[in-house]
Design a protein around this ligand. Structure first.
Ligand code: FAD
Length: 332
C-alpha cells in the first residue's frame, strides 16, 4: 500500500483538464500499488474546487487555503508543500506537467530530497521484487522513449504529460463525497516570493478549439496557404474546426489561434484528423488525448502513426478529397 498525493493546478478557482488527468494518473497508481490517492489543492477560497474534486474516488482532499497562496508563486507553493511532504511522507506525489510545475516542482524536490521524473507518459510494474515502478518518458523530442526507475529513499515525484491519462477516466466516488480537510501544515510562515502585478488574457476573442468535437488538423505537408482547399472541404463536410501544427502557423498559412501543441492549445476532441503532420512530441502533447485519431501521411514511418488509431499512408491531396466525398455520400 502506498501513500499517493496528487497536487492539482487550478485556473481561476476551477479544476482544468490537466489536473483531472493528473488525478486519473494518481488513481491508476493507487489501484496498482494499493490504497487511494489523495488530492492536494493550494489557493485561497478553495471551497468550490475542493467540493468538485471530492466527488472523485479518493482517500481525502486536502486544501491549503491561505491568502499567500491566492496567486501562484513558487516560493509560497514550496513553502506550503515542503513541510507537509516532510511530515506526511507520501511515497509518490503526482503533478500535471505544465509550465507551472516545471517552475516550482524541481525546487520542491530539492527541498525534500525527492527523486523527480518529469513528463511521464505512463508506468509499468517490475518483477524485480523491489516494488519499484518503471516510468516512461519521451526524450530527444519524442524520437526515443526512456524507461526510468527512481532511486533513493525519498518520495518520488512524477509530473504527468498532458493527454497521457484521459480526464474522463477519473473514477467517481461511489458512496458519498470524499472528505475535504485542511492540509496538515502551518501556513502562517508561507510567503509569496513574487508580486503578481496582474493577468492579461491573450487573445480572449480567439477560437477555442478545446470545445471542438471534430478537428481537421493540417501540417507542413499541406504545402502552402494556397493548398488548404481540401482541408476546408473536409472540415465543412464533417462540421469540424480546422487546426494546425506550428510550422503552418509560423509560415502564416493559418492564424496562431489554430495551433495545437505545447505552445498552442491542448485538445481532446472525439475525432482528430492529422493530415501532413509528422507527430513531433510538441504537437502530440496537444492532441493525443483525442478519442479517435486518424493520421494521413505519405511517410509510413512518421511518428504520428504511433498515436493514431487509424493510419492512411498517402498524399493528403488525394486522400482528403476522397474522404470528403465519402463523408458526403454517408450523409446522403
Ligand atoms: P514536419 O515535421 O515537417 O512534417 C511534415 C509531415 O508531412 C511529414 O511527416 C511528411 O511526411 C508529411 N507530408 C509531406 N507532404 C505530404 C503530403 N503531400 N501528404 C501527406 N503527408 C505529407 N509544433 C506544434 O505542432 N505545436 C506546438 O505547439 C509546438 N511547440 C513547439 C515548442 C518548442 C519550444 C519547439 C522547439 C518546437 C515546437 N513545435 C511545435 C515544433 C515541433 O517540434 C515540430 O517541428 C512540428 O510539430 C512539426 O510540424 P509538422 O508535423 O507540420 O511538420
Amino acid at each position: 500500500m502506498a501513500k499517493i498525493w496528487v497536487v492539482l493546478q487550478l485556473r481561476e478557482g476551477q479544476v482544468p483538464r490537466l489536473s483531472w488527468e493528473a488525478l486519473a494518473a494518481g488513481q491508476k497508481l493507487a489501484s496498482t500499488l494499493g490504497g487511494k490517492a489523495e488530492a492536494i489543492l493550494l489557493g485561497s477560497g478553495l471551497g468550490p474546487a475542493g467540493e468538485t474534486v471530492a466527488k472523485s474516488d479518493l482517500g481525502a482532499v486536502h486544501v491549503a487555503d491561505h491568502e499567500a497562496l491566492r496567486g501562484y508563486t513558487p516560493g509560497a507553493y514550496v513553502g506550503a508543500l515542503a513541510p507537509a511532504i516532510q511530515s506526511e511522507k507520501p511515497d509518490y506525489v503526482v503533478f500535471p506537467h505544465s509550465y507551472q510545475s516545471v517552475d516550482y516542482v524541481p525546487r520542491l524536490a530539492q527541498a525534500v530530497g525527492a527523486a523527480l521524473i518529469t513528463d511521464a507518459t505512463g508506468f509499468e510494474t517490475t518483477d524485480g521484487g523491489d516494488g519499484g515502478l518503471i516510468w516512461k518518458r519521451p526524450v530527444l523530442g519524442g524520437k526515443l522513449q526512456a524507461r526510468v526507475r527512481a532511486k533513493g529513499d525519498g518520495p518520488i515525484f512524477v509530473s504527468v504529460q498532458a493527454g497521457s491519462y484521459p480526464a474522463d477516466s477519473v473514477v467517481k466516488a461511489t458512496s458519498g463525497d470524499t472528505g475535504v480537510k485542511p492540509l496538515n501544515v502551518d501556513l502562517s510562515a508561507v510567503k509569496a516570493d513574487r508580486e503578481i502585478l496582474g493577468y492579461e488574457e491573450v487573445g480572449g476573442d480567439q477560437v477555442d478549439l478545446t470545445k471542438a468535437d471534430v478537428i481537421v488538423a493540417v501540417g507542413r505537408g499541406v504545402g502552402g496557404a494556397d493548398k488548404m482547399g481540401p482541408v476546408q472541404d473536409l472540415a465543412k463536410a464533417l462540421g469540424a474546426d480546422i487546426a494546425a501544427s506550428r510550422p503552418v502557423i509560423d509560415n502564416g498559412w493559418l492564424p496562431r489561434d489554430r495551433q495545437i501543441g505545447s505552445s498552442g492549445q491542448t485538445v481532446a476532441p472525439k475525432l482528430y484528423i492529422a493530415a501532413g503532420i509528422s507527430g513531433a512530441i510538441q504537437h502530440l502533447v496537444g492532441m493525443k488525448g483525442s478519442t479517435v485519431i486518424v493520421a494521413i501521411n505519405k511517410d509510413p514511418g512518421a511518428p504520428i502513426f504511433n498515436v493514431a488509431h487509424y493510419g492512411i499512408v498517402g498524399d493528403l491531396h488525394e486522400i482528403l478529397p476522397a474522404l470528403t466525398e465519402a463523408v458526403k455520400a454517408a450523409k446522403g
